[in-house]
Design a binder for this molecule. Structure first.
Ligand code: SF4
Ligand code: SF4
Length: 430
């Protein structure tokens, strides 16, 4: 991290101060230091099982500096302390620690919120600190680069429109699927993520096969061609807004009523929950994740799938942003119970599933690798518990993070996309 000036520290402080509204103040006041959230966090658990207790990885601790800033500005005791010369002092080391706490060791998975008896939304507090660090120019380099590429080229992987079209042409030829592009008018817009386009083209081909089979009037767009939104990871309001504005422009131009988001957790979050708040008048679309869409199409009889095609013991990895935070937990289970002969859920309550360790932008941050690898240990315990080697996923970023963890720790799980499984199992598919 570069040498920090007084101005950067000041920017961090002011951003935090301005972000404290009644909701945030209630979270900061309500923490009773019970520590229950620690055992909910995959980073805390992962470091502990690897032999070293690190109390700084407790979710509640991530909000401590923000809490100090809150007290100093909004409580009598804090104000008095400041008057007496004992105000909050922030050193460059403090900000370095904040980068570790909110960018390297938090995926915004929300598991701690579900565990907290006071209902404290730690991801919300983490997001404020991320935003303050970004405002002060302290976004981790890898994440900042990917975020800038999103704005400049249209995608964090640098997939611009010519590359997008080339990849679709490749998918069309390689997998023998017809891909409608800019078809007007259409009812449904499907957006892939650049992770899928570049690293998992078979997943995009599978989604195309399923969409074509349903008989709906759908298309892809060269204006709205990227589902990911790195503005959320860096907590840059400008980037978040701009990426969503492009989707809005593309969707409006095509006159669609529905947007189908791909196997990508935060794409669903951004379009389903954030966009309607940024564009309350214009965002008139119904947003469906591809898993929700498939479940609906099976229910309506528009696609039918062969039963029990997956013979081996299988479990499910939930995307935190689509599942726990997005509420899409039953759909994937319904589909998997049809597809798998021996499906074993690794958690009793679906909301309790553990994150892959790479969400929230953690996967792209090189400095976070050591923490992500330990967090993967927490995840593995669930796969091992049900003795499953085949793990079905519905987020490409999760697939990437799990595959990386698998290789790094020398394990032999097989990760498969639920959409690919559905495409293969559709009646009439060879
Ligand atoms: S949101 Fe997830 S990763 Fe972040 S502190 Fe909470 S449990 Fe840990
Ligand atoms: S579980 Fe909730 S109240 Fe307890 S320490 Fe964590 S954030 Fe605070």
């Amino acid at each position: 991290m570069p040498v920090l000036s007084k101005e950067e520290i000041e920017k961090f402080y002011e951003f935090c101060k301005k972000s404290i509204n009644t909701e945030v103040a209630s979270y900061l006041e309500a923490c009773v230091r019970c520590g229950i959230c620690a055992e909910a966090c995959l980073f805390y658990m992962g470091v502990n099982v690897s032999g070293r207790i690190d109390p700084s990885l407790t979710p509640a601790y991530k909000a401590d500096l923000l809490r100090e800033i809150y007290k100093e500005n909004y409580t009598l005791f804090g104000k008095l302390k400041k008057l007496l010369g004992f105000g909050v002092r922030i050193s460059p080391e403090d900000l370095r620690e904040q980068v570790k706490l909110v960018f390297y060791t938090c995926t915004n998975c929300d598991r701690c919120t579900k565990a907290c008896p006071m209902g404290i939304d730690t991801p919300k507090l983490v997001s404020i600190v991320r935003g303050a660090l970004t405002h002060a120019g302290l976004t981790p380099k890898d994440l900042a680069n990917a975020t800038n590429l999103s704005i400049e080229k249209g995608s964090p992987l640098g997939v611009d429109i010519p590359t997008f079209l080339q990849r679709l042409e490749f998918i069309s030829e390689e997998y023998e699927v017809e891909v409608p592009i800019n078809k007007k008018p259409s009812d449904y817009l499907y957006l892939p993520s650049s992770i899928e386009l570049m690293k998992f083209p078979s997943s995009v081909a599978a989604a195309v096969k399923v969409l074509n089979r349903t008989g709906i009037n759908w298309t892809m767009s060269t204006v709205a061609h990227e589902a990911t939104n790195f503005g959320l990871f860096a907590q840059s309001k400008e980037v978040t807004r701009e990426m969503l504005r492009r989707v809005l422009e593309g969707a409006k131009e095509l006159g669609v009523s529905y947007i189908i988001t791909p196997e990508c957790g935060h794409a669903y979050q951004s379009m389903r929950f954030i966009a309607p708040n940024i564009f309350p008048k214009d965002w008139t679309f119904e947003v469906l994740n591809i898993v929700e869409f498939i479940d609906r199409m099976i229910d309506k009889g528009r696609i039918s799938i062969k039963r029990k095609v997956l013979k081996e013991r299988t479990t499910l990895h939930d995307s935190c942003q689509i599942g726990r935070r997005g509420g899409v937990l039953r759909e994937s289970r319904r589909i998997l119970k049809m597809l798998a002969e021996d499906f074993q859920d690794s958690v009793l309550i679906p909301e309790h599933n553990i994150c892959c360790g790479g969400g929230g932008g953690v996967l792209v941050i090189g400095e976070a690798d050591q923490y992500r690898q330990k967090a993967f240990i927490s995840k593995m315990t669930l796969f091992d518990k049900v003795e499953a080697k085949t793990v079905v996923c519905y987020c490409a970023n999760c697939m990437l993070a799990l595959t990386k963890g698998n290789q790094e720790l020398g394990r032999d799980y097989r990760f498969v996309s639920i959409v690919e499984l559905v495409a293969e199992a559709m009646e009439g598919e060879e």
